[in-house]
Design a protein around this ligand. Structure first.
Ligand SMILES: Nc1ncnc2c1ncn2[C@@H]1O[C@H](COP(=O)(O)OP(=O)(O)OP(=O)(O)O)[C@@H](O)[C@H]1O
Length: 397
């Protein structure tokens, strides 16, 4: 077969697809010798092709053991694992290396190997020729944002933590495996670098569409990266396996709720936009109108004794209480200026923040800044409740 230097898939002989393949784990159990209880007990899960699935759970619950059984760094005691329909337990080590890349915390780089040598490890084991390996190494360094001319010959100790992690990801991707296992790959770097690495992984994934299993302790990281999140309990028991928004909206039980954390409702609010919920309409009047006119409208409505003064182009200017509407005043001076506004595109999280500064409902504007309605705190709360119920129905399927 002709040499295929940089294009993928590199494992043409087997006809692997460029993008990810489905992984199935069926009643997979791991019993470490000398342990009474299994570390992983009858774990069954399908990881959809091209998805990022994140395992979150407390220390020692079995995340790493479960993940490492996929590439057989740990041999399952019983059960079945398939990768793209093939039985992982009957693949030889070379075949597994081609199919499954592996990146770990603190990159796990070989300290006495240069960056090039580290990235070249799996291609080398697979017997690629020198030219193909060096081309691939350069390509991978570009992919993860490391300039080959600067970093090629450095040793891991000459790199920052973030750079080491990038090399770790490059190494995991070097043989273009359809599956990538990532065990707390960004666990050892500062929060800003971590955020950048997460963004880069998402960007890479848009291009590559691998099947990625990602282990973390950090629920926020799981929400950011996961197409699906598996919240695991002891012995890798699956407490919930769903999309981030479904888990946020409706944690399956108290343990999951504990993991989701106190900010769950707020996280949920970042997934929703103002235009997705109902607005109410305030009593309005323009600055050119009289206070009497405004008072009449407030009385006629018979609701809360508030109104919103709009400028001549219909943009929210001032909140007025009925008692601010003494005769002889002008509407442009009555009440207090509108503080925070939100647009229909704003997230409900933004809206809630605005409500907290406004001390109540927040005025919503359309594309040109014109008044569109008012979003009430009550509406936001109802929306969250509604979502929880919807997801509750879904979870029973
Ligand atoms: N080689 C081993 N021999 C015996 N027990 C082990 C071995 N490796 C792990 N265990 C035990 O199996 C359980 C699961 O460990 P595992 O490393 O999979 O958990 P984890 O969820 O990845 O933890 P962490 O988040 O702390 O890395 C733990 O109770 C651990 O002590």
């Amino acid at each position: 077969m002709a040499e295929n230097v940089t294009t993928t898939p590199l494992d043409n002989a087997d006809g692997d697809a460029v993008s990810g393949v489905e992984i199935q784990l069926n009643e997979v159990t791991k019993r470490y010798s000398g342990q009474r209880e299994p570390a992983v007990d009858s774990f069954t899960m399908t990881v959809p092709a091209g998805n990022i699935v994140v395992f979150v759970g407390p220390s020692g619950c079995g995340k790493t053991t479960t993940m490492r059984m996929i590439n057989r760094l740990i041999e399952p005691t019983s059960g079945k694992i398939t990768i793209g329909g093939e039985d992982a337990l009957s693949l030889d080590p070379d075949q597994l290396r081609r199919r499954v890349g592996y990146a770990i915390q603190q990159a796990g780089l070989f300290p006495h190997f240069t960056v090039t040598q580290n990235i070249a490890v799996v291609p080398g084991l697979l017997g690629w020729d020198k030219k193909k390996i060096s081309d691939r190494v350069e390509e991978m360094m570009d992919l993860v944002g490391l300039d080959p001319s600067v970093f090629r010959d450095r040793f891991p100790r000459q790199l920052s933590g973030g750079q080491q992690q990038r090399v770790g990801v490059a190494r995991a991707l070097a043989a273009d495996p359809p599956v990538l296992l990532m065990d707390e790959p960004f666990g050892a770097v500062d929060p800003i670098t971590r955020g950048n690495l997460q963004d880069e992984l998402l960007r890479l994934q848009e291009e590559l569409h691998k099947t990625i299993v990602f282990v973390t302790h950090d629920f926020d990281e799981a929400v950011k990266l996961g197409d699906r999140i598996a919240v695991l309990g002891n012995q890798s028991k699956i407490l919930q396996y769903d999309t981030p928004d479904a888990i946020l909206a409706n944690p399956a039980d108290d343990t999951v709720a504990g993991f989701v954390g106190a900010g769950a409702s707020l996280k949920q609010l970042t997934l929703l936009r103002v235009h997705e919920v109902e607005m109410t309409q305030a009593v309005t009047a323009k600055t050119s109108e009289s206070v009497e006119e405004m008072r009449k409208r407030i009385d006629a409505r018979g609701g809360r004794p508030f109104g919103l003064v709009l400028d001549e182009r219909g943009r929210p200017l001032r909140w007025v209480h009925k008692r601010d509407l003494a005769s002889g005043r002008r509407l442009s001076e009555a009440g207090r200026p509108v503080g925070d506004l939100v647009s229909k595109q704003s997230t409900l999280q933004d809206a809630l923040e605005a409500m907290l500064t406004e001390g109540g409902g927040v005025a919503v504007t359309g594309g040109r800044g014109e008044y569109a309605g008012v979003l009430e705190m009550e509406t936001v709360m109802n929306k969250i409740r509604e979502l929880r119920e919807e997801h509750g129905d879904g979870a029973d399927e």
